[in-house]
Ligand binder design. Structure first.
Ligand SMILES: [Fe+2]
Ligand SMILES: [Fe+2]
Length: 336
């Protein structure tokens, strides 16, 4: 039979494990809204694991003839400043949990409760892993910071993490070797946004964010870097051409694909003259159209990166590259 003191202490730990689940779910939600799907999935898995920890303790108490008292679960916060901040907090939180588990082990020792002591050894080992993971991810985020624009590949890969050391090393290779493109699609047609996003993510292996208005798009571009923009010709607040002018006036050379239902030739020329890299007509064959879009994005990003894209981003360097003095030869793609 378990002692009352131990019963209360384990009940408290159950509460903390469930709070951990709640916290990680909130972090997952934060990543969902920030379009960091890999991190979102990772955190969701963490939340599930914490629930499992709680249930392990819960079942144990009953096995020993005790009772569990469930208390209120504290509400976690819902916003963080960055992925780095989330993992800083995760690491700190796991260290706190380790201290709580150690406290339980000390109590089991004090009470000569060998069964509880034995059961807790699983948690002791688990915490070593939990802390190590949070610490590793935090460090990797710092490394990713050295290679701008490559975070998306890493966050996506996290979704299928096998949690081993070699996994982290392979991620590092991906970060330095195969950058995945992050794309912002600006369109007021929500259904079109959804389907474009799905296609680019699934078939183009891109990390996609969306905006319904020029204002929203500009705000997102201030918050984070994108590798390319897919831009509608008619936006609710300003025209696509005006949007192009604003972006180019800032010295931002981000590749822009004008994607529009307006297919007149002079529309294409106007777009290209105002700084669009490609012009793609919204057509009847979505497959061909999206394949073209993926191709255009990859081509535009590649060419831009050869011309020192990241330095030009956010207007930090306003001079064009000597190798690519102006815009490159535009390619107009028309899809029926
Ligand atoms: Fe836990
Ligand atoms: Fe944990």
């Amino acid at each position: 039979m378990i002692s009352k003191t131990m019963e209360t202490a384990i009940s408290r730990q159950i509460n903390r494990e469930l709070y951990s689940a709640y916290l990680y779910l909130a972090m997952s939600g934060y990543f969902e809204t920030a379009s960091m799907k890999g991190f979102a999935k990772w955190m969701r898995l963490q939340a599930k694991e914490e629930q499992m920890h709680a249930m392990k303790l819960y079942d144990y108490v009953f096995t020993r003839g005790g009772r569990v008292t469930l208390a209120d679960i504290e509400a976690p916060k819902s916003k963080w400043a960055s992925a780095g901040k989330v993992f800083e907090e995760t690491y700190a939180h796991e260290q706190k949990v380790t201290a709580m588990i150690n406290g339980l082990v000390d109590l089991a020792k004090k009470e000569n409760d060998h069964a509880t002591f034995e059961m807790l050894q699983w948690f002791v080992k688990e915490q070593v892993e939990e802390e190590e993971q949070a610490f590793e991810i935090l460090n990797q985020i710092k490394i990713v910071g050295i290679f701008p624009g490559t975070c998306s590949v890493w966050t996506t890969s996290l979704a299928s993490a096998n949690r081993s050391k070699s996994f982290f090393l392979s991620i590092l290779n991906q970060v330095t070797g195969y950058p995945m493109h992050s794309v912002l699609i600006i369109d007021d047609q929500q259904d079109l946004l959804d389907v474009t996003r799905l296609f680019l993510e699934r078939y183009g292996e891109m990390n996609v964010d969306t905006a319904n208005t020029a204002k929203e798009a500009l705000a997102k571009m201030n918050e984070r870097d994108f590798d390319a923009l897919v831009l509608d010709f008619d936006l609710p607040d300003i025209s696509g051409i005006e949007f192009l002018k604003i972006v180019r006036a800032k010295g931002d050379t981000i590749p822009i694909i004008m994607f529009t239902g307006v297919g007149r030739e002079n529309t294409a020329i106007e777009a290209l003259n105002n700084g669009a890299d490609f012009f793609l007509k919204k057509g009847e064959d979505p497959n061909a159209q999206f394949r073209n879009m993926v191709h255009m994005i990859k081509q535009a990003v590649e060419r831009r990166s050869m011309g020192g894209r990241s330095a030009l981003r956010r207007g930090s360097l306003r001079k064009p590259s000597p190798f690519f003095p102006n815009r490159h030869m535009p390619l107009i793609a028309r899809v029926k």
